[in-house]
Design a protein around this ligand. Structure first.
Ligand code: COS
Length: 391
């Protein structure tokens, strides 16, 4: 069989469990924490840890759930269906730990991944973005100076999910050799939280600036070779973008379901509005695009799983991940906007969840690389088309 769309028993169980958690734990508190603009860490994190979501992608030998990239993405489609804000904070460990899985030594994995899997409500944060370095990763200004057996890190990171409330940080800074990755403990002296961001959407996630002020990090916690972290960052994003695509599908699906239910019960001119072709075709288009998006992230997630299992990377994965991420991010924006349109005046009000879905969807076109950057990656790889043919 060339392609099999049947989920395995393990995948079915993981998706079902995530769906129940989204329905019973995330949805009931989503609106309140969206309004407050905070991640209710004390309320939800331990539950998410106990259910295994914060460590789902960490291999079992370090205490994690051992889910592959595809299954993990399927799980996050459900959690984002529940609440994109809460799910963003719960899911951020996946991004933060990917560089350790890709480039970490066995000692680093044992020390840091095991710590994250000890059952305590722990978070990890990926510290790449800076005020002047978003899409342009090479222009990072944070420095790390070698002094004997340790580095001293100084700099400022921004828009960091779980910044300032995490136990473990993967941090990217400039050393003499160039961009270098580090693992930094959240309790290290000099690590502090700056401004807590007041966001348009995913408001129930925690986003903040993180400052590194003369933070001493032992040389053992350098990720990979000094100066080689640009590639680690690219490979990390190649591995995680299927998850963002899945997240976008989850938000779009939530909006679609709301719009469909409304269109069936809202009566105007003596009949449910769904009987109007103008509305039913909108819903048909929404479903078509959600289904297309899901197949794209299934493929990117499948390829990421294959590459991780084989211990290699390929530009075919870069392209597949960027296609999935850009398509699904744009699709979620379109579908959620149309859901608001179908609900009309009610859709614009906070009494219904679709305006939240629309605000939440916007970040899907921005985080983990803007959709313009995804198109850049796709186009740049088109210029080296031969590489794409290598599976
Ligand atoms: N895997 C492995 N290596 C990669 C790679 C990948 N996916 N992508 C690039 N590289 C390598 C290249 O082979 C090249 O290596 P050499 O110098 O040895 O030839 C090097 O990295 C530089 O690549 P390139 O010239 O393509 O880099 P550019 O500066 O042109 O483009 C982009 C880099 C824009 C793609 C990159 O900066 C990017 O992805 N930016 C977005 C960052 C982002 O997503 N930020 C969001 C914050 S994370 S929440």
């Amino acid at each position: 069989m060339v392609v099999d769309f049947e989920l395995t028993d393990e995948q079915k169980a993981a998706v079902e469990m995530a769906h129940d958690f989204a329905l019973n734990e995330l949805r009931p508190i989503a609106e309140e924490w969206d309004r407050k603009g905070e991640f209710p860490k004390d309320l939800i994190l331990k539950k998410a840890v106990d259910a295994g979501f914060t460590t789902a992608g960490i291999p079992e030998e370090y205490g994690g759930g051992g889910l592959d990239q595809l299954t993990s993405a399927m799980v996050f489609e459900e959690l984002f269906w529940g609440c994109a804000g809460l799910a963003t904070s719960i899911g951020a460990n996946n991004l933060a730990t990917a560089p350790i899985l890709i480039a970490g030594t066995e000692e680093q994995k044992k020390r840091w991944l095991t710590k994250l899997c000890d059952g305590e409500p722990r978070l990890a944060a990926f510290c790449l973005t800076e005020p002047e370095a978003g899409s342009d990763v090479s222009s990072i200004k944070t420095t790390a100076k070698l002094e004997g057996d340790h580095y001293v890190i100084n700099g400022q990171k921004c828009f960091i999910t779980n910044g300032g409330i995490s136990d473990v940080y993967t941090v990217f800074a400039q050393t003499e050799e160039g961009l270098t990755g580090f693992i930094v403990g959240g309790d290290y002296e000099g690590v502090s939280m700056g401004k807590h961001e007041d966001k348009m959407g995913i408001r129930a996630s925690h986003t903040a600036e993180v400052f590194f002020d003369n933070v001493k990090v032992p040389v053992e916690d350098v990720l990979g070779e000094p100066g080689r972290a640009f590639v680690i960052v690219m490979q990390t994003l190649d591995m995680t973008r299927a998850g963002v695509a899945a997240a976008a599908v989850g938000v779009a699906r939530a909006a679609f379901e709301e719009a469909l239910a409304y269109a069936k019960q809202r009566v105007q001119f003596g009949q449910p509005i769904i009987v109007n072709q103008g509305i039913s075709f909108m819903l048909a288009d929404m479903l078509m695009k959600i289904e297309a998006g899901r197949r794209l992230y299934y493929y990117a997630g499948w390829l990421a799983t294959k590459m991780a299992a084989e211990g290699r990377m390929s530009r075919r994965l870069s392209v597949a991940s960027s296609i999935a991420k850009a398509f699904c991010g744009d699709m979620a924006m379109e579908v959620t906007t149309n859901a608001v349109q179908i609900l009309g005046g009610y859709g614009y009000m906070k009494d219904y969840p679709v305006e939240k879905y629309m605000r939440d969807a916007k970040i899907m076109q921005i985080y983990e690389g803007t959709n313009q950057i995804q198109r850049y990656v796709i186009a740049a790889n088109l210029m080296g088309i031969k590489e794409l043919k290598q599976a």
